[in-house]
Design a protein around this ligand. Sequence first.
Ligand code: CDP
Length: 786
Amino acid sequence: MSAHETEIRGVGHSVKRKEDARFIRGKGTYIDDIHLPGMLHMAILRSPFAHAKINGVDTSRAAAVPGVIAVVTGELMAQHNLAWMPTLSGDTEAVLATDKVRFQGQEVAAVVATDPYIARDALELIDVDYDALGVVISPQQAMASDAPLIRDEKEGQTDNHIYHWESGDKDATDAAFASADTIVSLDTFYPRSHPSPLETCGCIADVDGATGQATIYMTTQAPHLIRTVFALVAGLPEENIRVISPDLGGGFGNKVPVYPGYVVATAASLLLGHPVKWIEDRSENLISTGFARDFHMHGEMALKSDGTMLGLRTSLLADEGAFHADAQPSKFKVGLFHIVTGSYALPAAHVEADGYYTNKAPGGVAYRCSFRVTEASYLIERLVQNAAYELGLDPADLRKKNFVPQDAFPYESATGFVYDSGDYHGAMDKALEMIGYDELRKEQDAKRAEGKLWGIGLASFTEVVGAGPHKDYDIIGVKMNDGAELRVHPTGKAILKISSKTQGQGHETTFAQIVAEELGIQPEDVKVQHGDTDNTPYGLGTYASRSTPTVGAATAMVSRRILEKARKIAAHLLEVSEEDVEFERPTFSVKGAPDKAVTIQDVAFAAYTNFPDGMEAGLEGSYYYDPPNLTFPFGTYAVAVEVDPDTGVWHVTRMVAVDDCGVRINPMIVEGQIHGGLTEGYGIAAMEQITFDEAGNCIGSNFVDYLLPTAVETPRFELGETVTPSPHHPIGAKGVGESATVGSPAAYVNAVIDALWPLGVRNIDMPLTSAKVWEAIEAAKAGASA
Ligand code: CDP
């Protein structure tokens, strides 16, 4: 056997994704690929109005269509106490509207038919009598004293305000500002965007009236949590509910909330005694499910004239839409926004936020983000750049002067996070070196002298992922502990069952690599099972880059648990005491006599055939991991752009991304995650936006209005890495999935603003479309000549 064949492809190996064997052959099984005997099809009627009273719903014409089995209305759902449901954020949400509709695209009724086309066509024959009401499309409108009351059905709700939330020390921050030489401020809006997974949401509900067994195939990133919620809402025994999340075509946070379609399909299956399939179309997905951001931010930074940062103050307005359903798992109302002090040793900070109802679909989901961390990272990195200009400092120098120093970790931020580890100077130095920063600045000066608009933007983000320690993190009271079960079979092959649910991130490969790392069983010999509540351990789901910090840790810990038993069996086989056994993957040998050895495969066989007296047979175990802390990945992104002054068109000439996510399990998968995130970050910075007209119509209900970057627009990325392990994670890994979406928008925008700074442009809100950039250039020129 060659050395190559015996090398264990554990942590650090770019193992090709096991799951791709089925995906690239078109053999994935997505919800719409599943057909059950006797299955019916459901389509949903949605409101054309953003806010309207419902006087009545007449279903008679639709019900008469041949092939229509049932028309479900809010009134029918109300008879079963299912017209409203709780949200994962402690609010209530209409399943099918009864009293009024509160956003365009809200679910009003559903048709169940023998065929999906009949169901869709019959929707047109449902007659709904609406009376249009006044519409609120921003938090600023929502807070006006004469604003229409959106949630008038909620007892005690007299205005559109949902919550007020604060973090940090207000007095200390006020004192810091009082002693400052310079105060820099920025007002900016992070626009509403949509995660837009390739596969839309859908489900097949199969409720067996005879046995009470409910099997629900569902596009969900959190199958266990959904099962618990269904049990609580529908009053069904939890063991009779099986949620299966098959292959998912992306999630990005869009597939965390519970959508009315899931509930109506389940109720319809229960009432009709048939499986019921519901699949959204693209526009339904874009107008009604899981929006993100929509966050109005005011930030102020206090500094000394030498650039020392003294304090940070932010006030925020969150547009939560008509129902507060952002599905975030912390007790903090705007998620982890208070990571806003970022990579800087800011001695004082204060964050203030208010959430409002508006006549828009529920928003605020963590689109490839740990709950408002994207917004926080954007604000601080834009502010720091502006502060550098105001003080006449280079933005790189200002950052370096204020970075949390490497020897200060673990570092407690002014808002109470304890950063686990970091080397911010290291990541920044590497990025500057890769992009050739000093040379680039000289080149920029020369280009400026020629009248060209060249810009260089930096962003040094600190992320917070891996929710989370049980004292602060739960969803509806369920703590965020995640499980892994591992069984090694007699032939030495293993099955790993995990609570996370991959949506394209490659868990079937990377989690097998963790087992390989710990036990020496090759990743191809470890089958990874996920997404089926009957067959996997409990856990809170996959979002916010939490799988590696939580389930990855559980996988390492269960492997170690099994290794303890394996060592005992090896000692038995080698006829020595346990203390005399050494393990070097995949071999157990006798200390001082390396030729006396058995492999993990020999041990596995013995676990079923030749184990010590008094020992239980088998080689398996489970572990539930309660993270002692979150993990804090970080990095520096550097972008160079050229802006055409006549058209406002800008293009990225260089994009360097240095990421540090601790130990990389699979470097190739990590790079894939970063490529995807940088692309999404570019899309948000350059082109993606969902707006609403005055009547509350959603402009962005298709991919012509809501632009996503294609390979043509996407910049070329140059990746670098530093490795600073997490001290508390069993294998030193931090999450990475969302880092690039979180960190990169500020780098792109900073580059464009850097290009325009000499003209006097200080801010352009995302997306930086060429029209907006051109307008800013023209306004600056007009201002200069006035
Ligand atoms: O929760 P989610 O899977 O979306 O995010 P993640 O934990 O950041 O992991 C994304 C993918 O990158 C998974 O396949 C991880 O196993 C992999 N990864 C890695 O190989 N090394 C890391 N340090 C972090 C993630």
